[in-house]
Design a protein around this ligand. Structure first.
Ligand SMILES: Cc1cc2nc3c(=O)[nH]c(=O)nc-3n(C[C@H](O)[C@H](O)[C@H](O)COP(=O)(O)OP(=O)(O)OC[C@H]3O[C@@H](n4cnc5c(N)ncnc54)[C@H](O)[C@@H]3O)c2cc1C
Length: 884
């Protein structure tokens, strides 16, 4: 068979040493075809050399021919001479020579292969040549060369072991093929026609036409093209070398993903080839090239004279994340510098919020300011490092006592202060390339600490503050929508309300000014004092603009990325993609009536009667349009209720109904007040009310409307049983029911919300000086209290709101997402959009596949098809290693 020499076709004439190197490689190849013993070892070494030389031939070496490269090339030439000399020793036959040649041959070949890999590094290719070292070949050699000279060896035993092994591999391959079929993994479809045809041999010339008629497997340059997600890529030049003796193929090339090497087999009889395309990590497009492998299966199309087939992506195995304390993988200073330049210098160093108080020397004035601002949620959201519930910073820095060991805690040491989509994309690229742990943060409000993580790189979106008003828009489904708004990731609800006031509009948002409008709040569902009036915040989403885990920017709506659209409206923040902006519906601003009472019942008996009366009246209050919040401590009951677009008479009547029999309570506030617009109400009542900065843990349950209507006394008794003293609060949210019960909404909001009337939270706070042991006791208490709430929430199938939930919730998959069926649907969407698990957060979709600190994948996630594929490789190499 004619072999088109990779080396000779492309040798640049300007470098004499290269001609020598290419000549030596040809001699090695020809010699290995003629050797009498250890033939496959020789051929294998020769093929690896050819691959390396192929890369060499592709380079414009004149541009990088420095001193180091000169030395490397000279050494490589000397190495090739040694290889040729060694391989030539196997040309001689005879039993004596065979024994001499077999002595230590494995080790010698291993040494040469290892050395070759070193040259690959020295020559700066980073080619994973190890992949090309087939242990199976060594094994075959071992049998052919050793046992053929040993008459006492029982051939039957040998054959049996081979049969077993082949059988085993076939079975494994079949299993994987089955899994691939059912996996839903997108097959990379090679285009059936057109000039992008894959594997068109461009090496055919008049001289080899005769041979081409016999064999379609011709070594040389091929064109390769593929289709993915309806997009065509290529053609790309692609070197292939077919070995007619071993029926193995090797090659290399570079496509839009990166440089790769190819290894596989071919069959002349079936005119098929199968190969693994191993991308070389660090080459090409960092967002696409994960150092992964694709498996190609191609058949000869005699009519079109091309190979066609499919490729299955074998995504890189999930690995433990590289954390900032690991200098062996964490990017070095020059990488950070280059990265920082690429993001316009937006790299910053976050600090825990109390850091200045414990600095060395302490900054007294700065610390006074920090102490004053400690509970201010605006001040907190303006710092990359600060969390609203301070304990999630997990730092020893404190405003309450002086710590000599003020540490970083769980605050990442580096953050990207993103202001542009490109900053987010560059961050994802870096994270993918270096396998970094990533956390996304907008405001740090998360009650489960999901927006900070020790050792991570922080993507801080606070300064992405774009607002766009969209007068009229046609949705992708053809709906005409007026007065939509597009808001950037950093926008907070207070800003939305104020900005919309100029148009006399309102959006369905949070009670706190500082909660992010498009981050965890929205993606987790988002309840509002207006949600009974117009539905949940996530029900208002028209479209998202996102950056995917692989760095691609995508539009997500009812027509594009439909599954992701469903998941991003209830499935939780920090899980599926980075939201750059969201387009939301708005509504004409309602007038508001507020009713605020701070009640101090004279005794426990009166307290209990009031709670019973209140719960009995709740359906009436709800039917009249009231929404709002109520708070129970051991001795007090606070009512903060609102009536959007309400009628004064109805407000009067219903509140009178509530309070009439409780005139002995200590009323300190006016019963109710009217506001002409939402903004006038918001500024007066809510804007300054969201104090944070405390250490707090909470747990929650959604209480079904039917239970409140049918079993009010049991509900009231449960509230009384749960309410507590000493820094605890039982919080009721009357934010469900009404329009929030709209089950026609096709999104992933926990279905328990749709049947609920109340959302009940038990919250517990503690001081910085509270011991870890006592904190654990409090956490346990929260779990116990929630279990009591569960008795009126539907028992074991009850639901909880993921954004205001117990970080130790046991069955969080069912509790936060409604059922395991919904959870699994969300998980399969997560696996599709983020197969490598770049986005991780506590009790978020897919986090159960990772260690508790979310830094390492668990091994037991065998239902991932790409891991099954990995399993084959592991099993095979284990088998071979074992036999060797
Ligand atoms: C004072 C206070 C008031 C609250 N009021 C309400 C309320 O009225 N209604 C209600 O439903 N909830 C309320 N919450 C709970 C709130 O919904 C959660 O705290 C929520 O996680 C806040 O989202 P965030 O983006 O502001 O916070 P962050 O802590 O910044 O982020 C929360 C989660 O979302 C992820 N995330 C943030 N931004 C993005 C993004 N752009 N793309 C992808 N992921 C992102 C983060 O990684 C993290 O996992 C309140 C909380 C507090 C502390």
């Amino acid at each position: 068979m004619e072999t088109v020499s990779v080396a000779m076709t492309a040798a640049p004439k300007s470098l004499p040493i290269l001609s020598t190197i290419f000549k030596l490689s040809t001699d090695i190849r020809e010699t290995s075809e003629r050797v009498e013993t250890n033939k496959s070892q020789c051929e294998q070494l020769s093929e690896r050399i050819d691959t390396l030389i192929g890369f060499l031939a592709e380079r414009d070496l004149s541009r990088c021919l420095n001193e180091a490269m000169h030395i490397a090339l000279n050494r490589f030439e000397a190495f090739l001479r040694r290889c040729l000399e060694y391989i030539s020793t196997f040309l001689e036959t005879g039993w004596f020579k065979r024994i001499v040649n077999n002595k230590d041959f494995e080790k010698k070949f291993q040494d040469l292969n290892r050395e070759l890999t070193q040259y690959s590094n020295d020559l700066n290719f980073g080619i994973g040549l190890n992949n090309m070292q087939s242990t199976k070949k060594q094994e075959e050699n071992h049998y052919t060369d050793n046992y053929s000279s040993d008459a006492s060896q029982n051939p039957a035993t040998m054959d049996e072991s081979h049969e077993y092994e082949n059988d085993f591999i076939e079975k494994k391959t079949a299993e994987i093929a089955d899994d691939d079929e059912h996996s839903g993994i997108a097959a990379r479809q090679v285009p059936p026609s057109g000039k992008n045809s894959p594997f068109v041999n461009t090496a055919r010339s008049a001289g080899n036409i005769e041979q081409a008629q016999q064999s379609v497997f011709i070594s040389g340059l091929w064109n390769y093209a593929y289709n993915q997600y309806n997009l065509a890529y290529g053609p790309f030049p692609h070197q292939l070398v077919f070995n007619s003796t071993t029926r193995k193929l090797h090659g290399y090339g570079e496509d839009n993903v990166g440089q790769y090497i190819l290894n596989g087999t071919f069959s002349e009889e079936n005119r098929q080839m199968e190969m693994t395309q191993s991308y070389q990590y660090g080459t090409g497009n960092p967002t696409l090239n994960l150092g992964h492998q694709d498996k190609m299966q191609l058949n000869w199309n005699a009519q079109r004279k091309i190979f066609e087939g499919v490729a299955y992506s074998n995504v890189q195995e999930r690995r433990c994340r590289c954390l900032s304390n690991n200098s062996s993988c964490w990017p070095n200073a020059s990488v950070w510098q280059t990265f920082n330049e690429s993001i316009n210098g937006q790299l910053i160093f976050p600090k825990p919020s109390a850091a200045v108080c414990n600095s060395n020397p302490p900054n007294v004035n700065a610390c006074i300011t920090v102490t004053e601002k400690w509970p201010n949620s605006f001040w907190r959201s303006e710092q990359a490092g600060a969390m609203q519930s301070a304990h999630w910073e997990n730092s020893s820095c404190s405003i309450f006592f002086n710590s000599t060991t003020c540490n970083q805690g769980s605050v990442p040491i580096l953050a990207v202060n993103a202001t542009l989509p490109e900053h987010v994309q560059a961050t994802l690229q870096l994270v993918n390339r270096y396998n970094l742990r990533l956390v996304i943060k907008t405001t740090g409000h998360d009650f489960s600490g999901r927006s900070t993580a020790n050792g991570a790189l922080l993507l801080w979106l606070h300064h992405m503050k774009n607002f766009t008003f969209i007068n009229n828009t046609l949705s992708c489904t053809g709906e005409n929508i007026s007065n939509a708004i597009r808001i950037g990731a950093g926008i907070q609800w207070g800003e939305v309300y104020k900005w919309l006031a100029q148009y006399n509009l309102v959006a369905i948002g949070g009670a706190s000014s500082t909660v992010g409008a498009s981050g965890g709040f929205l993606q987790g569902g988002g309840h509002s004092l207006l949600s009974r009036w117009k539905g949940f915040a996530a029900d208002q989403v028209i479209e998202y603009d996102v950056i995917m885990a692989d760095g691609r920017r995508q539009t997500v709506n009812s027509c594009q990325n439909v599954d992701l659209f469903w998941a991003l409206r209830g499935g939780g923040g920090g899980t599926f993609a980075v939201v750059l902006s969201v387009t939301l519906r708005t509504y004409p601003s309602p007038s508001m009536i507020s009713c605020i009472h701070f009640l101090k019942p004279p005794n426990n008996t009166r307290y209990a009667s009031f709670v019973h009366h209140f719960v009995q009246l709740l359906p009436t209050l709800a039917d009249s349009g009231w929404a709002g919040y109520f708070y129970l401590t051991m001795e007090t009951f606070t009512l903060v209720f609102f009536l959007p677009n309400g009628n004064n008479d109805i407000a009067n009547t219903t509140i009178n109904q509530l309070m009439n029999n409780f005139t002995d309570f200590n009323f300190k506030q006016p019963a109710y007040h009217s506001y002409p617009t939402f903004i006038s109400f918001f500024v007066k009542i809510l804007e300054s009310s969201s104090a944070t900065g405390n250490n707090v843990i909470l747990g929650s349950r959604l209480i079904p409307e039917i239970i409140i209507r049918n079993q009010p006394n049991q509900v009231a008794d449960t509230f009384l049983q749960v309410k507590d003293g000493n820094g605890s609060l039982l919080i009721g949210h009357l934010v469900a029911g009404g329009k929030a019960s709209d089950t026609t909404q096709n999104n992933s909001i926990n279905p328990a919300w749709r049947t609920a009337l109340l959302h009940m939270i038990y919250a517990r706070s503690w001081n910085d000086s509270t011991s870890i042991e006592d904190q654990e006791k409090l956490a346990k208490l929260v779990t116990e209290k929630v279990e009591i709430l569960q008795t009126i929430a539907g028992g074991s199938q009850s639901g909880s709101y993921m954004n205001e939930a117990d970080p130790n919730e046991r069955d969080w998959q069912q509790k936060f997402f409604g059922s395991l069926e919904i959870y699994n649907r969300l998980k399969s969407i997560k696996d599709n959009v983020d197969p490598n698990g770049i986005f991780q957060c506590r009790q978020c979709i897919g986090s159960d596949d990772w260690s508790i600190d979310l830094n390492c994948p668990k091994i037991s996630n065998g239902n991932k098809c790409y891991l099954v594929i990995q399993l084959l490789l592991i099993v095979m190499s284990f088998l071979f290693n074992f036999k060797i």
